[in-house]
Design a protein around this ligand. Structure first.
Ligand SMILES: *Cc1c(COP(=O)(O)O)cnc(C)c1O
Length: 226
C-alpha cells in the first residue's frame, strides 16, 4: 500500500522529458513542482532524499509549519504557493514562499508589495488567470491581465509568469495554448500549468512549471485534517 515517492518522481520526470522532446512548443527546461498539500513532512523528506528540491503548497499556514519542520534543508528548497491568497496572509506568504503563483487582484498586489518592501525580500510572482472565466474560480479575467501586470511593474515587483487551472469539464489544451499566448504577448517567461492528469499535455504547450501532487505522493485524504 505504501507509495514509492522516489519511483513516482522518476517516472514523472521521464514522462516530462519524453513529452518535451516531442513538441516544438515545449520549453527547454521544465520544473516539476511536487505538490505536498495535505501530506506529512515525512513525504517531503522522502522526495528530498530522492533529490527533489521544488515543492508546492496551497495553504500558507500548512506550508509554514511543514517547511519549518524540515529544518536547515529548507534553504535548498524552492517553495511555491499555488493556492488562493487572502490579503491578511500576505505577511506570512512573503515570509514563507520563494514563488507566489496566485496573484490575481490589485488589492493583493498592494498588500504583497508593502510586505515585500518591509521584509526586504523579492519572491517571484506569477499572475493566476481565470482562463475559463468561471465565476467561482480565483484568477484575474483575461481582459484584466494587462492592467494587473502594469500595476505590478509600477510597484517594481518581480512578476515573471502566469498560471492557470483549466475548468474540469473542458479540453485543457485550449487553456494551455491560451495561457501560453498571453504570456508571450506580455513578455513573461514562466508558465505554470498542468497537474497529475494533464502535465504531459501542458509540457507540449510550453509549460515551464508543472504542478503534480497525487501522481507523486498518492491520493489525498482530507478526512484527518480537522
Ligand atoms: C492540488 C493542486 C495541484 C496538484 O493536483 P494533482 O491532481 O494532485 O496533481 C496542482 N495545482 C493546484 C493549484 C492544486 O491546488
Amino acid at each position: 500500500m505504501s507509495v514509492d515517492i522516489a519511483n513516482n518522481l522518476k517516472n514523472i520526470r521521464d514522462q516530462i522529458e519524453s513529452s518535451r522532446v516531442e513538441s516544438l512548443m515545449a520549453s527547454e527546461n521544465v520544473s516539476l513542482i511536487a505538490v505536498s498539500k495535505t501530506k506529512p513532512v515525512e513525504d517531503v523528506l522522502s522526495a528530498y532524499e530522492a533529490g527533489h528540491r521544488v515543492f508546492g503548497e496551497n495553504k500558507v499556514q500548512e506550508a509554514q509549519k511543514k517547511f519549518k519542520d524540515i529544518g536547515p534543508k529548507r534553504d535548498a528548497i524552492e517553495l511555491h504557493l499555488i493556492g488562493p491568497l487572502q490579503t491578511n496572509k500576505a505577511k506570512e506568504a512573503v515570509e514563507t514562499f520563494d514563488v507566489i503563483q496566485t496573484v490575481d487582484r490589485p488589492k493583493l498586489v498592494n498588500a504583497l508589495s508593502k510586505e515585500i518592501k518591509k521584509q526586504g525580500k523579492s519572491p517571484e510572482l506569477y499572475i493566476q488567470v481565470n482562463t475559463g472565466e468561471e465565476p467561482q474560480k480565483a484568477g484575474v479575467l483575461p481582459s484584466g491581465l494587462k492592467d494587473l501586470i502594469a500595476l505590478c511593474h509600477e510597484q517594481n515587483l518581480r512578476i515573471t509568469g502566469l498560471m492557470c487551472i483549466p475548468p474540469v469539464d473542458e479540453e485543457p489544451s485550449l487553456h494551455f495554448s491560451f495561457l501560453s499566448k498571453l504570456a508571450k504577448e506580455n513578455g513573461l517567461p514562466n508558465l505554470s500549468m498542468g497537474m497529475s492528469s494533464d502535465f504531459d499535455l501542458a509540457v507540449r504547450f510550453g509549460a515551464t512549471h508543472v504542478r503534480v501532487g497525487s501522481g507523486i505522493f498518492g491520493t489525498r485524504d482530507y478526512s484527518n485534517l480537522g
